[in-house]
Every structure is written in structure tokens, then in C-alpha cells.
Design a protein around this ligand. Sequence first.
Ligand code: MG
Length: 273
Amino acid sequence: MLHLNPLEPGVMYWAGRDTPEEVQALGVRCAQLGIADGVPLTPAHATGLIISTVFAAYEGEDYADIPTASKTVGFAPLETRAKREARTFEVIDYAAELKVPSFACHIGQIEEDPEAMRDLVRRICDRCAAHGMTFALETGQESAEDLLQFMEAVNRPNLGINFDPANMILYGTGDPIEAYRRLAPRVLSIHAKDAIRPDPKKPAALGTESPLGQGEVNMPSFLEALEDCNYQGQLFIEREGTTKAQWSHDVTQALKLLQSLCESPRPLRLSGE
Ligand code: MG
């Protein structure tokens, strides 16, 4: 098996929209594979790439604004909860067949029904654990503190985090770099994504995603935090809400940015400093 380097750039892509050949053509070796509801679970989606994480998304999820996302995303809506859980188990088993070490998704708003969400996340963790896999919660809808509290309540050793700094900005749930430093021991994987904060005059609005380096994450400081906390995983470029041509363009530019930032000299740090 090929060895991946710490902070090596990869790409988050979606089966049915993007092909693994298109992802390889961008010049990366590793990726995270998104599987939407109804997409057939065939190994062809992953050919030629090292897949670190399989993500699931569900029919009916809507990110129009914060209240809509709270009502529709993940396992928050009661009417689709059982159906989405069944699909989740199918996607986890599919990821296991591909020998992917981690499964991830947005679980949705926790606070409306915390005990049911805790039990459901335990069942997902246990399904992953049966395959030797981890379950990574995508960050965004809650603060770092609330997420840590929830993870303590779930109490499963294979539960971790897919940290998305842009989502903290999009949902207004905290400073992404402070949040990363707080969550670092539980972070399994990272999205390289950027965003601009929501308009404070529109409290229900989400922020706006931007090309990497053009938003408010502050990528140089974020990379410094990753190095400080000794993050050993890869950086998966995620770009949503664009046309396909724009996606390819923005991912290519993001790769160049990450390469230049990772190669740029940084002040030497003495151990223990
Ligand atoms: Mg993300």
C-alpha cells in the first residue's frame, strides 16, 4: 500500500458527479469519496485512488439556510431517521469492502433530541468498529465545546472528527482555528475549505463558501495550528455549490495554494516551545 505524507493534499469528490479518473487527473493520490442517497454502491467509484474516508449524504438534505439545515440534515428529521440509518449501514459495509478506514457524515442538529442522537451515533460507531473502521463527525452545526460534550456522552473510542474549518464560519459556530486546537486530539481528517461569515443582519443565513485562500479561515494560520498539534493526516480539498468547470478550476488553484503554503519556510520551532 502506498504511504501518504502528512498534510498531503487530496480531494473530496462525489460518486456520480465526479469520476475517480477526473480526480486523478488533478494530480492527487488520495481522496474522500462522497456517496449520495440512491447512488449504486460499486467499487468503480474508487478506482485508482487511495480513499481515506467514505462520506454519506441523504435525500432531502437542504442547506438553504441555518433553520432549513437544522430541520433536514443528517438524522435530525424523525420521519427519515430509520431510513437514513439503514442506508448508513449499507454505505459503511461498502466502505469496508473497499478497505476504507473511516466513514463520515453530517449527523445533523443534536440538541433537539440528544439521547436518540447519542444512541444512534453509538450504533453507527459499533457498525464501523465491527469492520475496524472509525466514524468521523463532520463539524459545522455546533461549537467545539458542544461537540466534545456530545462525543463524551457517546463514549466510543472509534468516534472522531472530520474537521471542516469553513463550516465553523458558514454556521457561525466559532473561530475555526481555536476550534481546531480544542478538538485536535479527536480529529481524524480535514477538509481544506474556505468561507465568508454570514451577514449579521440576516441571522438565519449561512455564510458563503469561497475558493480556498479567499475566505476568512486564514489558511497559513490554520496550517500552523495543524503543525503545532502534530496533525499527521491529509488535507482534502472540498468545494461545493459550483459548476463542474468551476469545481475543477477551484480545486486546481487550491492544490497550488496548499503546495506553496506547505513548501514556504516557517520559523523553526524548538520542541517544548
Ligand atoms: Mg466539509
